[in-house]
Design a protein around this ligand. Structure first.
Ligand code: AMP
Ligand code: GLY
Length: 466
């Protein structure tokens, strides 16, 4: 038996993650057409990929009409906002095979309080937390955590593109963050989650889920902070790499048992089966892995580093997950166990972001060097660009592009990614120069005879090295 391959796929979204998914699917045998709604000019430059710029990804009717028009056999929803808006529900009602959870299951990402609630019911470890509608009660809980000797993390309770989190260095910073979030609070609904701050390296484990079964993508690590050395504010992610030298792929089965499978069972028990990419953001503490966050979608920029590492087609697996038959499709594809087969080697993705990111960003800057990256054999996934009448790419968003270097090992991949990123320029470009570096074993980067530096440690500074 062979798993059935979708021949026409519609991807909802327009960012770097969606570009990487489109690039991967368009290369797979049997796929004739990949549509991206709304997509971008850069995505359309890929063979067999067509952008649908008129589609509003948050408007269920607009997306459903597009799916009908292109006769999509599978719809893959990239970002969280369409999921939270119920676009997957509307597509399913209209009869489409959809890879992406309905609004109910997507709350695992769109409400941090819901994620804690599901995790607690499923017996999954998360940091101590409280969820508050009242700023004074939130401040009191922050003070209690601080008095117990814990650092404090303040999170907006809603979708914030990874930017609504303050990992506070002291209780004053936590109180200031609460005050800031309270400005937009209604007073009735919980607006803030306060958590105990944990420490350790982070890991993103993303699994294809069909409501019950899972198939894990290779492990990856994101770098959330804007600046080298994990300094500066949290962002949507400034770079990522895969695999992780400090967490072997052999650990994945155990992590799926500890996190993904219980989450799926609890969501199914509540009548919201999760079909889509279930992302567990883990912190690897001295006491074992702890769940920091759940996302209801593929990670960005983890996906840009993961897709180039996959050894086989994912189209049949996403379609099978949409139809709740993942296990049979995996068996048909010759996959043993619950981990997707990977190519040898490593991949490192480095994000180039606009001036001003993650706050107000400047747009419209001409970008140079993209062709040179591609000519050198590295990859470019566009997140926020547009093409002008002369065919030049201009910046058009916070995160602009990710360049991806591949190599035999992490050091080689990081070297390629750095060299590729150095070729790309636009006015005000921001990027990190230390993506993956803390995870490269010192002997590989330190010449013999020179003492190895004390590990900058994946644990590193506030916010971890993800
Ligand atoms: P989240 O949006 O919940 O993933 O948080 C974004 C980032 O903030 C995470 O990737 C971590 O780097 C950091 N973070 C979140 N929660 C905690 C926590 N409880 N302790 C330490 N760091 C955290
Ligand atoms: N890279 C983190 C996220 O996708 O939320």
């Amino acid at each position: 038996m062979t798993a059935s391959m979708p021949t026409r796929v519609l991807i909802v979204g327009a960012g770097g993650r969606e570009h990487a998914i489109a690039w991967k699917l368009a290369s797979e045998p049997g796929i004739n057409a990949v549509y991206v709604a709304p997509g971008s000019a850069a995505m359309e430059a890929e063979a067999r990929v067509t952008a649908l710029p008129g589609v509003d990804p948050l408007d269920a009717e607009s997306v459903t009409a597009a799916a009908r028009k292109v006769a999509a056999e599978l719809v893959v929803i990239g970002p969280e906002a369409p999921l939270a808006a119920g676009v997957a529900d509307a597509l399913r009602l209209a009869g489409f095979a959809v890879f992406g959870p309905g609004r109910g299951a997507a709350r695992i990402e769109s409400s941090k309080a819901f994620c804690h609630d599901v995790a607690r019911a499923a017996g999954i470890r998360m940091p101590r937390f409280g969820s508050f509608a009242d700023p004074a009660a939130a401040a009191a809980f922050a003070r209690t955590l601080a008095a117990d000797g814990h650092g404090v993390v303040v999170k907006a309770d809603g979708l914030a593109a990874g930017k609504g989190v303050t990992v506070a260095d002291d209780v004053e910073a936590a109180l200031a963050a609460i005050d800031l979030l309270a400005l937009d609070a209604s007073g009735a609904e919980p607006f803030v989650v306060i958590e105990e701050r944990l420490r350790g390296p982070e890991a993103s484990l993303i699994a294809i889920a069909d409501g019950r079964d899972v198939l894990a993508m290779p492990l990856a690590r994101d770098h959330k902070r804007l600046l080298d050395g994990d300094a500066g504010p949290n962002t949507g992610g400034m770079g990522a790499f895969s695999p992780l030298p400090d967490l072997d792929d052999g650990a994945v089965e155990g992590l799926l048992d500890a996190f993904h499978r219980p989450l799926l069972a609890e969501l199914a028990r509540r009548g919201s089966p999760f079909i889509g990419a279930l992302y567990a953001g883990l912190m690897l503490t001295d006491d074992g892995p702890v769940l920091l966050e759940c996302n209801a979608r593929f990670g960005d920029p983890e996906t840009q580093a993961i897709m180039p590492r996959l050894a086989g087609p994912i189209g049949p697996l996403l379609l099978a997950a949409a139809g709740r038959g993942l296990r049979a499709a995996a068996t048909a594809a010759g996959i043993r166990g619950s981990v997707l087969p990977t190519l040898p080697g490593s991949a490192v993705a480095i994000v180039l972001a606009s001036a001003g990111y993650p706050d107000a960003v400047r747009r419209g800057e001409p970008i140079s060097g993209l062709d040179a990256v591609i000519a050198g054999g590295d990859l470019v996934f566009h997140a926020g660009t547009r093409r002008d009448d002369a065919g030049r790419y201009l910046t058009n968003g916070g995160r602009v592009v990710a360049v991806v270097g591949r190599g035999d090992d992490l050091a080689a991949a990081a070297h390629r990614a750095d060299a590729a990123a150095a070729l790309v320029s636009f006015r005000g470009a921001q990027r990190r120069t230390d993506i993956a570096r803390a995870s490269i074993a010192p002997p590989e980067i330190v010449p013999p005879g020179i003492a190895a530096p004390a590990s900058a440690g994946a644990a590193g500074v506030a916010g971890g090295a993800r």
